[in-house]
Design a protein around this ligand. Structure first.
Ligand code: B12
Length: 250
């Protein structure tokens, strides 16, 4: 079977919501030496996008959406540990505090982003999904990450990314953090409109943008005392794992 055929079968397994098949295909791809992110992007994500479009068009309903999401997650359960393993021990690239914003329970894409950031040397703390705006701001203040990363998949919840930024501005600490946003309803223009520093269309872009913004931050003159919190405050500087602090907030 060619790689393209395999990718097509991966997409089909998500479309039909066959979790066991998705997991088996994920395993097969690893045996064939295919990079996990290739399988995710060329196979499984293509399938879940088709499902999303059909759901949006009223051709599929919530139970089917849920089954497809389960199939996607079954594949990721096999692939994510391999993604994380691709990490090369190196100096930490910086610390990231991530969440899916209040009102939103989508986390598949955010998890891929967090895993990829971690695999690329960032120390990531993922607060999970549906994280209340106020709580997230409090966590930012307490943990003082280099990067604040917010995911939103619903047009109704994407504005919560902007609300977090507004609260950081209100408290006079906005400039201490790099703010990155992503998720299907967001865009580069959206990130600019709400005053974020960066946007990533996918996990590869998220890593590229995060590294670029960190390089800019490091090139800046001496930061304010609060912003100078050491990355090691987040734990292991190798940053090889994503610390899932809490998976679901109220
Ligand atoms: C799977 C899915 C679900 C699953 C989620 C499972 C889970 N654990 O995540 C379930 C079944 C639970 C679900 C529920 C719902 N869903 Co839904 N869902 C989807 C679907 C099909 C795929 C999302 C996904 O996982 N994509 C694959 C990943 C890899 O892509 P991604 O999330 O976009 O992430 C990538 C990038 O965006 C980026 N990225 C993501 N986050 C971040 C963050 C940062 C900082 C950066 C830099 C980058 C970045 O990198 C990621 C990796 O490449 C989308 C359709 C779509 N096209 O998005 C609908 C979709 C998002 N859902 C939709 C809806 C309506 C709902 C429900 C309201 C349905 C309902 N009636 O209950 C509920 C929402 C409940 C809630 N309060 O959140 C709509 C939203 C419509 C809108 N305009 O707002 C969509 C668009 C479907 C549609 N076409 O109508 N859903």
């Amino acid at each position: 079977m060619s790689h393209d055929d395999l990718y097509q079968r991966m997409a089909d397994s998500v479309i039909t919501g066959e979790a066991e098949t998705s997991a088996a295909l994920a395993r097969q791809s690893l045996e064939l030496g295919i990079a996990p992110l290739e399988s995710i992007d060329n196979g499984f994500v293509k399938g879940i996008r088709v499902v999303g479009d059909r759901f949006g068009a009223g051709e599929l309903f919530l139970p089917e959406l849920v089954m497809s999401a389960e199939a996607m997650k079954a594949a990721l359960a096999i692939l994510e540990p391999e993604l994380a393993k691709s990490a090369v021990a190196r100096e930490s690239q910086g610390s990231v505090l991530a969440c899916t914003v209040q009102g939103d329970i989508h986390d598949i894409g955010k998890r891929i982003v967090c895993t990829m950031l971690s695999a690329n040397g960032f120390t990531v703390v993922d607060l999970g999904v549906n994280v209340k705006i106020d709580r997230f701001v409090e966590e930012v203040k307490a943990r003082k990450p280099d990067i604040v990363a917010m995911s939103a998949l619903l047009t109704t919840t994407a504005p919560n990314q902007g609300k977090v930024i507004k609260l950081l501005q209100r408290d006079g600490i906005r400039d201490q953090y790099i703010v990155m946003v992503g998720g299907a309803p967001t865009s580069l223009q959206w990130s600019r409109d709400i005053g974020a520093d960066g946007y990533g269309e996918n996990a590869t872009e998220a890593v590229r943008v995060a590294k670029e913004l960190m390089a800019r931050k490091r090139a800046r003159p001496a930061p304010q005392p609060q912003a100078a919190a050491p990355v090691s405050a987040f734990g292991d500087a190798a940053g090889s794992t994503v610390a899932a602090v809490q998976t679901t907030a109220d």
